[in-house]
Design a protein around this ligand. Structure first.
Ligand code: HXC
Ligand code: NAP
Length: 299
């Protein structure tokens, strides 16, 4: 553990790839999640991988669940090796409730309980509304919005209703200003933000807290690879962010750590924006972003 003072807006170290951190400074108690079990959708890559790592470094065991078993299995090995905690990789598609039920049953068989859910799975690409097919809009709504509801409902029925729990959904800030080329993802994330309020109200009496984190642009992620402007001048956009930089995956994971921990024991139904102030100042020019879209091949 380092004894260097950490400045309040200094980025913690991170790595760009889906690998564990080479160094980690504990700011919260290392035991703050001791004995807990977290179910993290999309935990095999990007932000979800780092969330799994940081929760595991604080004593939590994890399930990482998505469609690609090979990537999940490799991720689980790395996560366990770096943290000494167990990580169970399981296949599911958040659009298919029966696959969620099977995965949650398997996780409960393995760990006996689940206390934390992180709804992180999502799909996105840049596309103007006029070019978006009906199915493209539906696909993103299905993964992001319905998927978040599906997994929350299965975990409510199988565990949280009787034992309590903490849910964190990974949202975005796209809908705050109606981000160009993002009607599908922005609509889905707006639904997630609303869903957290509804579920916080209905499930509070069951000792379930439900919150969102809305990241800004986060380095080393598929999200930024797909959505950021690859042209050289594109970097200058970060100078428009109040904190003058992109965020990193560890910073999102730290937000999740706070929200699922007892430090947030009275926090529910809210959204924590972790974006360096970006949504307040970032440009949202439809015509200039169309130039960006032309660089984004259909992925
Ligand atoms: C326009 C597209 C498209 C693109 C797919 N579609 N990619 N339309 N532009 N680039 C259309 C397809 O043509 C099809 O419509 C429909 O979407 C479904 O496509 P499929 O490939 O059949 O879907 P599926 O296999 O289910 O894959 C879902 C996916 C895919 C979202 C399209 O990209 C995926 O699996 N993504 C997961 C990883 C990901 O996106 N990570 C980034 C998250 S970042 P038609 O009409 O042809 O049938 C993020 C950041 C938010 O969310 C904010 C950042 C600041
Ligand atoms: P990512 O690595 O592509 O993460 C998305 C994950 O979702 C993948 O692990 C993927 O795994 C999983 N997934 C996709 N469709 C699924 C499905 N149908 N069922 C189950 N799992 C599915 O991208 P990321 O950039 O780290 O994004 C993570 C989260 O942060 C997302 O909610 C995103 O909207 C949000 N976010 C990101 C940024 C950013 O700058 N990156 C900004 C704002 C918000 P499989 O392919 O194995 O299914």
């Amino acid at each position: 553990m380092s004894s260097q003072p950490v400045l309040a807006c200094q980025a913690p170290p991170d790595v760009e790839t889906d690998d564990c951190l080479q160094e980690y400074t504990y700011l919260f108690s290392p035991d703050i999640l001791k004995g807990q079990v977290a179910f993290i959708t999309g935990g095999g890559s990007g932000i979800g991988f780092r969330i799994a790592e940081v929760l595991m470094r604080h004593g939590c065991r994890t399930v990482i669940a998505s469609r690609n078993l090979q990537r999940l299995t490799e991720a689980a090995k790395k996560l366990s090796a770096a943290t000494g905690q167990r990580c169970l990789p399981l296949v599911l598609d958040v659009r298919q409730p029966q696959t969620i039920v099977a995965a949650v049953d398997e996780a409960l068989k393995e760990f006996g309980k689940i206390n934390i859910l992180v709804n992180n799975a999502a799909g996105n690409f840049l596309c103007p509304a006029s070019s978006l097919s009906f199915n493209a809009y539906k696909t993103v709504m299905d993964i992001d919005a319905l998927g978040t509801f599906n997994v929350s409902k299965v975990l409510y029925e199988k565990s949280f209703r009787d034992h309590g729990g903490a849910i964190v959904n990974i949202s975005a800030t796209l809908h705050y200003k109606g981000q160009a080329l993002q009607v599908h993802a922005g609509s889905a994330k707006a639904a997630i933000d609303a869903m957290a309020k509804h579920l916080a109200v209905e499930w509070g009496p069951n000792r379930i807290r439900v919150n969102n984190i809305a990241p800004g642009p986060i380095s080393g992620t598929e999200g930024v690879r797909r959505l950021a402007d690859p042209r050289p001048s594109g970097n200058s956009i970060f100078q428009l962010i109040p904190l003058q930089r992109m965020g990193n995956k560890t910073e999102i994971a730290h937000g999740v750590l706070y929200l699922v921990s007892p430090l947030a024991s009275y926090v529910t139904g809210t959204t924590l924006v972790v974006d360096g102030g970006a949504w307040l100042t970032s440009p949202n020019g439809f015509s200039s972003l169309l130039g960006t879209a032309s660089h984004s091949a259909k992925l």
